[in-house]
Design a protein around this ligand. Structure first.
Ligand SMILES: Cc1ncc(COP(=O)(O)O)c(C=O)c1O
Length: 380
């Protein structure tokens, strides 16, 4: 039986050479030449004010939450359908996440529901760019302006995607990107904070540098460095930065090859979609996605379960995605009932992700669609 893995990490072949350069330099610990090079590359790709590499997107979200000034008594609006750390990063500051519904067509924040949850304690929003699809940032930024909120753009999956012709992670005050090995471009683990306002740069560099002004010291701006603010150790080692450098050099090629696979899926799945059996999750208008994910929405959770099992039994590693946070044990501690966000619960349980990575080819997709068709014979 053919087998198709859900994900195989992307490799360019140059990673080892770049990592060897770190061995030659004997500078392993971080914030060295490769870190600077990669940060510059990302600043250019994103057109961002400043980019700081972090050990993970989780680290970038925690850094952003600290810089946003959230604290005890504050509420921050977060989609329930997201990865755990979109919400736990907020809780690390003492603030409380308030879960919002997502729109079942895109799995992005339902901004009507979000607006209905704003009160005098609301201090921020974590807007998640699910699947490399962008939220409506014109409206998000209007809401922030009207209610004096800070928005952190969780673009964990968003490198290389755009909303309104502008890279994801650059539409709000802070952005966060992941370089976990499941992402299009990776360094095993890794991430970055994207800083979009010049006024945030100095403090961000201190919080990132364990709370010190070591970055200013390296730039020759002070003659010794010391403790300035409460920070932490947020950056990765040079080994990861070197690995990431090799990957980033191939970003455009990576995305165009992924898009080819995504478009092949779309072409082959369309007849099944037109029969009404499933819906391909597509980006909203104004968005150019990065083919991070091919997700399909089934009519209901039990059909999604049955189809996923059928695919798995045929060697295809189709998987679910996030279990909504309001349904989790921590969600329950926060006072949520599993039934409290019904649109999100139903959509999350009806969604399946299909394999998408650069170690597969169009024949794999033809096989996957053939197995899907067995489950869904065409109507007469
Ligand atoms: C939306 C979202 N935010 C944050 C993260 C955390 O990323 P990392 O694993 O790099 O910490 C993920 C992980 O996949 C994610 O999907």
């Amino acid at each position: 039986m053919r087998s198709v893995k859900f994900n195989v990490p992307f490799l360019t072949g140059n990673e080892k050479d770049y990592v060897n350069e770190v061995f030659d330099s004997q500078e392993f610990s971080g914030n060295g030449e490769f870190t600077k090079r990669v940060q510059n590359m990302l600043e250019e790709i994103l057109g961002a004010e400043r980019v700081l590499l972090t050990h993970s997107c989780t680290g970038a979200l925690e850094l952003a939450a600290l810089l946003s000034g959230f604290g005890p008594g504050d509420e921050v609006l977060v989609p329930s359908y997201t990865f755990v750390t979109s919400a736990s990063s907020v809780m690390r500051t003492g603030a409380t996440p308030v879960f919002c519904e997502v729109d079942e067509h895109t799995m992005l924040l339902d901004l009507d529901d979000l607006e209905s949850k704003i009160n005098s304690n609301t201090k921020g929003i974590v807007a998640v760019d699910y699947a490399g699809f962008g939220n409506d940032y014109t409206r998000v930024n209007q809401i922030c302006k009207e209610h004096n909120l800070v928005c952190i753009q969780d673009s964990a999956q968003g490198l290389g995607a755009q909303w309104n012709a502008q890279p994801l992670s650059t539409h709000t005050r802070f952005g966060a990107i992941s370089f976990h090995q499941t992402k299009n471009i990776h360094s095993g683990l890794g991430g970055c904070l994207v800083i979009n306002n010049a006024e945030d740069v100095e403090k961000a560099e201190m919080v990132w540098e364990r709370g010190t002004n070591r970055s200013a010291f390296f730039k020759g701006l002070v003659d010794k460095y010391n403790w300035q603010v409460v920070g932490s150790s947020f950056y990765p080692s040079e080994l990861q930065a070197a690995f990431l450098c090799a990957q980033l050099e191939r970003l455009d090629e990576n995305i165009s090859l992924r898009l080819k696979l995504w478009n092949c899926y779309e072409r082959l799945l369309k007849p099944i979609e037109e029969e009404g059996y499933l819906r391909i999750l597509r980006e909203p208008s104004g968005c150019e996605h990065n083919a991070h994910m091919l997700a399909i929405m089934l009519p209901n959770p039990s059909e999604a379960d049955r189809l996923r099992i059928h695919l798995n039994e045929n060697g295809i590693q189709a998987v679910i995605h996030y279990v909504p946070l309001h349904e989790s044990p921590v969600g329950s501690e926060l006072g949520y009932d599993p039934e409290s966000l019904p649109v999100t619960s139903r959509a999350a349980a009806s969604l399946i992700r299909l394999p998408l990575h650069l170690s597969m080819d169009e024949e794999d997709i033809e096989y996957i669609v053939r197995i899907l068709q067995e489950f869904y014979p065409p109507h007469d």
